[in-house]
Design a protein. Sequence first.
Length: 485
Amino acid sequence: MINGQNVDRRTLMERSIPGRIGTVLPALDVPAQPLPQGEMLRDGLELPELAEPEIVRYFTLLSHLNFSIDTNFYPLGSCTMKYNPKVNDEMAFLPGFASLHPLQGQETTQGALKLLYLLQGYLAELTGMKGVSLASLAGAQGEFCGMLMIRAYHHERGDKERTRVAIPDSAHGTNPASAAMAGFDVVSVASDSRGNMDLEALKDVADSHLAGVMITQPNTLGLFDTNILELCDTVHRAGGLVYGDGANMNALLGRAKLASLGFDVVHLNLHKTFTTPHGGGGPGAGPVGVNDTLLPYLPAPVVGRQQENGGDSFSLTTPEKSIGKVCGFHGNFGVLVRAYTYIRSMGNTGLAEVSTNAVLNANYLMQSLKDIYYLPYDRTCMHEVVFSARDQKARDVRGLEIAKRLLDYGFHAPTMYFPLIVDEALMIEPTETENKETLDAFIEAMRAIDREVSEDPSLVNNAPHSTPVSRLDEARAARQPNLRG
Ligand SMILES: *Cc1c(COP(=O)(O)O)cnc(C)c1O
């Protein structure tokens, strides 16, 4: 059953009836051609024979088996699964954008280049950074670019002893991975009792071997690190640079500029904050922004503007000491069009309202659930809140089970067991696009599940009961996917 309807689970082949067809081809109006010979043809290829409505129903059913933000609330912390306005897609599908070829001459793509140039400027304005490159295709790739730029900067100055990058223990897993891929040794820095990066622990590693620090603001506990100015200052005084992971920009949009917090280089996740449907690995864009120091190192291309005879022209440029190219062409253009459309349709005031409401919604959930779900860091949160299922675990139901049971209530699971420093973490990010009725229904579900934990723990421990498939072996599902079952 899905949405109260019986589901026909047969595959396309099982639905096939010999001789049934889905199209009627017109009579041949060209001479018939012989088929290619021998080994170019396959014999005995089994194809399903179905009429068009049956095909449409089958594929529509498949699309409903998946969970999406267009169907239900999706509070997957850190991922910013907010509603993606359809106007973004309409703009990205305009033939003038969608039909461009990346190898086309620049004189024929001035409109697209202008859009990229303007977007670079908007993102520089929103972050306060001096320059932006749109080339990177994901948040993690933006981090990697940032690390390569920091490395190039130190090497350029002959400072080759700086081999370490300090990262708080609350960080997203991509941070240490990116630093390691760029050749740095990662030093983990503890968080203090309020969830900030421990300033004293940072001071201990702020020496002549420190290349830089990666900080997420607000951090992955959903908390604004109130030591940020002093943290950045400590790193700078030791000769290092500060990388700001801006994936949580939904909390700050239109309110605070990352540059004014002390960051030298940042990335944004356009697919999260600036609304492109994402998940399952793509598509994404993770532009990087830099201050004056790192401007010459930006990845190529950066779109430049030339003013000639009163008119503007735009071209792809390579910064003087660029770390090089990080993707085949000019970045993930369709995602960039969507981000541009989003920024233009929201405007200054709209973007500031995004962060206001994202933070308000997260605090509403926090206040409404903290009497039942343990709150390890009990202070005002930003755009997301991290609970612990510690008290439910004491009644033999773990966070994983609670997340699975939420599916039966029609909600996507929150992020679980991350950040690593919270036992039984349930990380909930409601986003600004959910209304109060949805949040109240979610709160009611979380409270109902807690009652079930006391009254009928096996109901929760065997959930979900209403999804097309119940519990999967997640490791095997990823490595040996069964796409036909
Ligand atoms: C999502 C996220 C990233 C990585 O972004 P991808 O686009 O998935 O590579 C990095 N840091 C934080 C805090 C994130 O939430």
